[in-house]
Ligand binder design. Sequence first.
Ligand SMILES: [Zn+2]
Length: 442
Amino acid sequence: MRTFVKTSATVCLVLATGAVLAGVGPTSGQDQIPKNAVRLTYVGDTAKDYRSLGASGHAVLFQRADKLPFVEAVQIFAARYGYPQPPAEDFHLYLLNDKFQILKDLTYPYGMIERTSESGDLRWYTLVTPSIEVPMRFYVALSFNPHQTKGIYLGLDKNVKQAHSFIGLPDSGFQPVKEPSDWMVRVYMSEQPSGTKGIQRPAERKPAQSVASSIQTGSVDVVYSGIGADYAAAIGKVTDAARDIYTSAGYNLPSRIRVRVECSPGKAVGLRTDGIGGIFLTLPGPEKLLRPSQSGTFNIYGLCHECGHMAMYRTLPSRPWMTTAFAEGWAHYIGSEVTDRVFARLGIAVWPDAYDYRADGTQRLKRQIAALKTPTENPVAAGAKFFMEIDAAYPNKIPQVFREMASATPTAEQLAAAVGRACRSPEAERLFVRHAAILVKH
Ligand SMILES: [Zn+2]
């Protein structure tokens, strides 16, 4: 029995469960593995579950022993399905470093995996590799390019405490599997290269590719390297929705925003804007795009926050008087607010690692404000509190506040008067005066 389960916009799971194909079949090609090779594995000898992933692939993260640097062979617990005649094509076995960069791309003929109806069982197949030296942590990935008429089921062991497995492809990025389970993949490592099919050491590798790609979503161009197209598209959608929300509320945002994402080892996590029309995101690895509880980074909120800086900086280009509490307090307040509104438009599914990002919006901000004892202990939260109060008491007036401030003499008194004029309220002016000590440099 097969059911099609949609897990995201691009990944379609062909899911099959049942005991029909399960069993401990004979292991094919075991004798080609060097005698002294050591097996690395998380999984049992057999598994009841198996998957074929349409438009995607499988990966497992391994950690090797210090003295066993060479991959000699990979075994997969698998069976072919589709037409009896195997397709005249190859499937791919990739060895990747822990940044998902390709160390080696190997191909094997589809026909080496027997069709289910012929063998009756999934069984272990041996994919002999050259002797490939790998880093301490490395991924083994498989791409079978499945279709209605051909594909390869890969076993899935659900009796594991912790998952080391991923779904994805080298050119589109990888996501962790949703539940504790591991693909039925094991690796044979050796201390010295057997050299039966050649030897590859790190120095012989071509440098990792980091060619930039681009994707256009509405009014946003995302130029990216080192992350998957799914995340690049999500970044585009979130930024485009945020741009539209700001523009509809009367803020001055550019007609097009350009987001540049650079992801490569050694880069610090960073997000900034030029204040005009560019947003720049740097990441050391694609795992930093996972939900905040996994990655420690708030990417959706961050994009909304940077658009908030633009909304102010484009109207207020000269601001030597402005404190961090003002600039960052503003971006924190409006970024949190716009995060909630982006959620209302795009919902959970926009982010590949889907989660309820309302938790990163005003919920989080309100907790920070409630915890505030004095403004100086958290000037950004204190600044955000000022903007939250102004926006609540005088809806839709902040764009005008920035315009009035841009033409005011930059003293606390004159800036307060500008706020009063924009909101048409002496009380708004007094609210600014009460916060002036943290909002204006002196
Ligand atoms: Zn900021």
